[in-house]
Write a protein that binds this ligand. Structure first.
Ligand code: OAK
Length: 833
């Protein structure tokens, strides 16, 4: 308020207010202006990067005008907002998405073409914003797109890592990690030099008694780091709503102490302090579905959570409402347990700083937060060592102890004498050292807890969080099945398919209401439509074939069946089973006569994905894939019958051209291990079929599209425990086909067998924890069914059309509306044009 222009001068101001370009010429003028002034280049010195930059800056100006309008409208509406706290936002590229969401791509394409450039080439200059590992981070990005497209007043809060997920290079068949420095030129962010928050670590707690007898705890004496806000505009589709993603960057506090050091001549130490401060937001931890428990990671979490809460509370305080109104104005969603400290930090703010009594504060907190769980894998559940935590956040540990005490007392009252229950649900695990179970803290401090697909939400209620269902009742636990944004994953990734659908349905309304895809079903048997449909698939496969040729030198036939598995490499996702299956196919082909071979369906097996740098087994899987590809691709007897390709550095922009090019994609996790999966949805939406297990969202996809249109195989989640038990007692002989594969590897067909010993060992002495052997026969026979089905092109076309027409449920718009209604209790805010 203090910094606003005095009322009498506002008309003048408005007269000069920035305006948006709204046609081709205005766009071109802005592009050239940015190239010539912002970038200080000229028409004699404008390469594709400069032209991309000019176009991006022009687009950014447009977005920021809408951003300002949106923020003003939201302030004026004064409604409840949602804050999505996520350590990862896997955004990918922005230019193409922004052009499409604002529906100006057509004239922008023409505009740059008249200036001498091809839009595809400019789009290709952009560096992916890769601030995430995989599913959880990409889900956050889809959710931001839906929140803006549905005009919800929403903010994302995250960290502005200087290095996103590493770039993957494949050297001699092995993964090598290369740092991803992406901030050289990033036109999509705005540093807010006026928005900073001082964040403290370490120190001690001083306790004293006030005159009225109350006890006050003051956390002080620690080291201070400054959080600086960077804002990223998030444009909705078909609306001017442009929401904000605020990313925090760390830097040394401008406070006293480093300057003192500097002045007293201790220059080196002051530089060290500076670097230490900057280290906090320097790099994204490259682990997906695995907890490592490093101190710097805890620092990142607290830094980000404390800065975000300070910001949220500051915004709330501007409205001068009573604290008890807080949950009516603010919903905070915890994207997995990474931001769970927000529960503790809000308690600290309310109790220590705002002097609310504990119970009032706790009521506010538990009405504000929602917690989404994204995994049941035990190795991924976050636990912090108490000594480490105590040192870094001493006051927060006390608050956690108090939360735990009151919680356990209430459990004790309801379930007297159940000591076992108390120790099972305690936030503190009595191990050595003691650890804090973050998921339990998140459950206790939240109003709602949700899983991300039906099976997953059922599993958390009956396994890892079972005791909490007994304590809190079923109502606290709910399901919100994931979804993906059709803007990026259909319209942007597959413009031809999107245009064909528009032609049939009469408009692009399906991009806002994906259930309208159902209107396609009546064309499923239309021969002309089938042809256009399959022609688009073919062209997308040709484009991928060209990419494969250009980047790997491998020639693949675009008419072959393209079988794709792209996702993080993880034993539970079972890329090892896929490559064992490929080996088995290779062995069968080798054993065939020429005549038999000629009848086989040609296949291209495509893999892609990163292994966490310290995940040795995942790296071995990559090595086996590359080793098999070297042998198979160079076998003249095999030719086009089988090719194996590993796509280097799988990321969002590669997913955008891989999804439209698949005939079949693999989602083959051990049943009960993949919480949802979201690429399964993207592949089907792009006219591909799935081979998959009864796991995660595969089950709901099956229900929607019909079981005739999905290749399901393998054991069910309910049988996994018994099967593992049988392995432990040596009761499971290895599947014969798998045995043959193992023997072939051990013979040295794919190079030095010692390299792959770990993979074989996991199947044998290791007890085959992921049940590869148990599912192998059914996996292979299901692949045979795929081959048969693929031969019948008309039936295949029919099935993919019907499948797409029934995918409406899997839009992230539906997911976000469910969160808004059932968890956040928020309404949209209209933003005028
Ligand atoms: C990452 C780190 C810690 C815990 C979970 C993850 C994660 O990425 N989980 C994935 O979340 C996706 C979005 O909900 C799901 O679709 C994936 O199944 C799940 O593995």
């Amino acid at each position: 308020i203090e910094s606003s222009i005095p009322a009498p001068l506002r008309d003048k101001w408005k007269k000069f207010a920035a305006t948006e370009f709204s046609n081709k010429e205005e766009f071109q003028r802005e592009v050239v202006r940015h190239v010539e002034t912002t970038l200080a280049r000229s028409l004699y010195n404008c390469d594709e990067l400069a032209a991309y930059s000019g176009a991006a800056l022009a687009m950014r100006d447009k977005l920021i005008i809408d951003w300002n309008k949106t923020q003003q409208a939201h302030t004026l509406a004064d409604q409840k907002r949602v804050y999505y706290l996520s350590l990862e936002f896997l955004m990918g590229r922005t230019l193409d998405n922004a052009l499409l969401n604002r529906d100006i791509k057509d004239y922008a394409v023409e505009g740059v073409s008249e200036l001498g450039f091809r839009m595809e080439d400019l789009i290709d200059q952009e560096h992916d914003a890769a601030l995430g590992n995989g599913g959880l981070g990409r889900l956050a990005a889809c959710f931001l797109d839906s929140l803006a497209s549905l005009s919800y007043p929403a903010w994302g809060y995250g960290l502005r890592y200087r290095y996103g997920i590493f770039k993957q290079e494949i050297i001699d068949g092995y993964q090598v990690e290369v740092p991803d420095y992406w901030l050289d030129f990033n036109p999509w962010e705005f540093p807010r030099h006026d928005i900073t928050v001082d964040i403290m670590f370490y120190g001690y707690v001083r306790r004293y008694t006030e005159d009225d007898g109350s006890t006050v705890n003051i956390w002080e004496g620690g080291e201070v780091v400054q959080a600086l806000a960077y804002d990223v505009p998030i444009p909705g589709y078909g609306t001017s709503t442009t929401n904000n993603l605020r990313l925090w960057s760390s830097k040394p506090s401008t406070g006293e102490f480093d300057f003192q050091k500097f002045n007293s001549g201790d220059y080196e130490s002051s530089v060290r302090d500076q670097q230490r401060a900057e280290t906090i937001s320097a790099v994204l931890y490259p682990n997906d579905n695995i907890d490592v428990g490093k101190e710097l990671r805890l620092k990142q979490q607290y830094f980000w959570v404390a800065a975000s809460l300070y910001d949220i509370v500051r915004r709330f305080k501007k409205s001068h409402r009573a604290w008890t109104e807080f949950p009516h104005q603010v919903a905070i969603q915890l994207n997995d347990t990474h931001p769970t400290l927000a529960i503790v930090e809000l308690m600290r703010i309310l109790v220590d700083k705002e002097h609310l009594d504990w119970d009032t504060a706790w009521n506010i907190v538990t009405e504000t937060f929602g917690y989404t769980n994204h995994t049941v894998l035990p190795e991924a559940l976050e636990k912090w060592s108490v000594p480490l935590f105590q040192n870094l956040l001493p006051r927060h540990l006390q608050i956690i102890y108090d939360i735990n005490l009151f919680f356990l007392q209430s459990v004790e009252r309801r379930f007297p004498k159940d000591r076992e229950l108390l120790s099972r649900v305690s936030i503190i695990e009595e191990s050595n050292p003691q650890v804090i179970r973050m998921a339990y803290l998140a459950i206790i401090g939240s109003k709602k807890v949700n899983g991300v697909a039906e099976l997953h939400s059922d599993l958390i209620k009956t396994t890892i969080f079972k005791d909490f269902v007994k304590i809190f009742g079923l109502d606290k636990f709910t399901n919100v099945t994931n979804g993906v944004t059709p803007r990026r994953w259909l319209h942007q990734a597959n413009p031809q398919l999107s245009a064909l659908i528009k032609e049939k349905l009469g408009s692009y309304n399906f991009l806002k209401d994906l259930s309208l895809l159902s209107g396609l079903e009546k064309f499923a048997d239309d021969k002309d439509f089938q042809k256009e449909w399959m022609d688009i698939k073919f062209r997308n496969k040709q484009r991928l074939a060209k990419y494969i040729k250009d980047t790997t030198g491998i020639s693949v036939n675009p008419s072959a069946l393209f079988d794709i598995q792209v996702k993080r490499i993880h034993e539970y996702k079972r890329q090892q089973m896929n490559i064992f299956g490929v080996i088995s196919r290779y062995l069968s082909l080798k054993a065939m006569t020429k005549e038999e071979r000629a009848k086989q369906v040609q296949r291209v097996s495509i893999f892609g994905g990163k292994a966490a740098p310290g995940y040795w087994m995942a790296k071995t899987i990559i090595r086996l894939i590359t080793a098999v590809s070297e042998v198979v691709n160079n076998d003249v007897e095999i030719g086009d019958l089988l090719k194996v390709v590993f796509i280097e550095d799988y990321n969002v922009s590669k997913a955008e051209f891989l999804c439209p090019a698949s005939d079949l994609s693999e989602h083959i996790s051990t049943a009960g291990t993949e919480a949802s999966g979201t690429s399964n949805m993207k592949f089907v939406l792009n006219g591909g079929l799935i081979i998959g297990t009864c796991d995660g969202a595969n089950i709901e996809i099956t229900r929607e599209i019909g079981e005739e249109r999905i290749f399901l195989f393998g054991n069910l989640a309910e049988d996994v425990e018994d099967l593992r038990h049988a392995h432990r007692y040596g009761k499971t002989p290895m599947d014969p086909a798998l045995k043959e594969v193992c023997e072939e590897i051990q013979k040295g067909t794919f190079g030095e067998p010692g390299v792959f010993a770990g993979l074989i060992h996991a199947l044998t002495e290791g007890g085959d924890y992921y049940l590869v052997s148990d599912d192998f026969a059914s996996y292979l026979s299901t692949h045979k069914l795929v081959d048969e089905a693929f031969k019948d092109t008309a039936a295949w076309a029919h099935n993919t059309i019907v499948a797409v027409s029934r995918m409406g449920f899997f839009t992230s718009d539906r997911a976000i509306n469910e969160y808004a209604d059932e968890i956040w209790n928020i309404d949209p805010v209209k933003v005028d044009n």
